[in-house]
Design a binder for this molecule. Structure first.
Ligand SMILES: [Zn+2]
Length: 317
């Protein structure tokens, strides 16, 4: 089995810094060309000699397979305790660079949403202009499919689909409570159901792209509520897939009477935000924005964009 022969690079900072040291110190700490609005969330780039297309890179609980030369592969996990982004770029010459999110200070498991670090005062959704970009964006309409048969038993297929369509529209039509007009050119079209699965392997790994944008429910690493993968060519996003974890978590579309379930639209809006080019923001500093890190059960707070989310999309589309 091909998978078992892949060299795996797990975790962590030890492995990472060892390889980095061997590389003679290339580009660590360099901000990714996509730039970020705050230094704390800049991507850290590190050359990884010895990695080849098809190898698996796992860092911070996110895994992606190294793409073929000229391409990039990115993954974003949403965990109950927060969210992480990892990218791998293969140069035309076969050189591999790994991008990981810089430390988002104040982020931590169990951090109560809305709690404030000393000296930092969170802004409201309509006054917080912060955003951070992954460095890639769509140059085309996002034509997407839903594996309807993957819908978990606690919700209907039609409810799941409408929540996913709403999530996509929340981004492309900048659904917000701030009175901000939709001047964002991002566009998507639901193409129909599919029997194909998202290209996301067991244990939450972005596998090889297949040219089709698929959303499904299915198995992920137990800590992941949701997982998004996107693949790039230069700074253009060419494909994205997303999975919501129906093995370890229960899902809701209508939140009346909700206990311990996660809103499909809420988690999907945040995850799709990544695939459109937005990165996570510190929860404590930006709790009211959709791209803040933490997801809570039975809430739809992320379904309406804040000022920073809209500004980020406007910067790209
Ligand atoms: Zn995230």
């Amino acid at each position: 089995m091909r998978h078992s022969t892949r060299r795996q690079l797990f975790g962590l900072s030890l492995t990472f810094s060892t390889v980095f040291a061997a590389a003679g110190g290339t580009t660590a700490a360099a901000a990714f060309a996509g730039q970020a609005s705050t230094p704390s969330s800049a991507m850290v780039a590190t050359a990884m000699p010895g990695l080849r297309p098809g190898d698996r890179v796992s860092l911070d609980g996110v895994s992606v397979l190294v793409p073929r030369p000229g391409h990039g592969a990115w993954g974003a996990s949403v965990k109950v305790a927060g969210s992480r982004v990892l990218g791998v770029q293969t140069g035309a010459d076969g050189s591999v660079t790994v991008y990981r999110q810089g430390v988002l200070t104040g982020h931590g498991a169990g951090g109560s949403p809305g709690s404030v670090r000393a000296g930092a005062k969170p802004l409201s959704a309509c006054s917080d202009a912060a955003y951070s970009l992954t460095g890639a964006s769509w140059r085309t309409r996002v034509d997407w499919y839903f594996k309807t048969s993957s819908t978990p038993g606690e919700i209907t297929q039609s409810d799941a689909l409408s929540a996913l369509r709403d999530a996509m529209r929340n981004l492309t039509q900048v659904n917000n409570d701030c009175g901000l007009k939709d001047t964002v050119s991002a566009n998507s079209l639901y193409m129909g159901g599919t029997i194909r699965s998202a290209n996301i392997g067991t244990g939450s790994t972005c596998s090889a792209s297949d040219g089709m944008n698929v959303v499904d429910f299915g198995n992920l690493a137990a800590t992941d509520l949701g997982y998004a993968c996107w693949w790039t060519w230069g700074r253009s996003t060419t494909e994205s897939d997303m999975r919501l974890n129906s093995t370890e978590y229960s899902w809701a579309v209508n939140l009346g009477g909700c206990v311990g379930k996660y809103s499909v639209e809420d988690v999907a809006t945040h995850e799709l935000g990544h695939t459109f080019g937005l990165k996570d923001l510190n929860e404590n500093l930006h709790p009211a924005l959709t791209m803040s890190l933490i997801m809570l059960p039975c809430q739809n707070a992320e379904t309406t964009l804040g000022l920073g989310d809209v500004r980020g999309l406007k910067a790209l589309y």
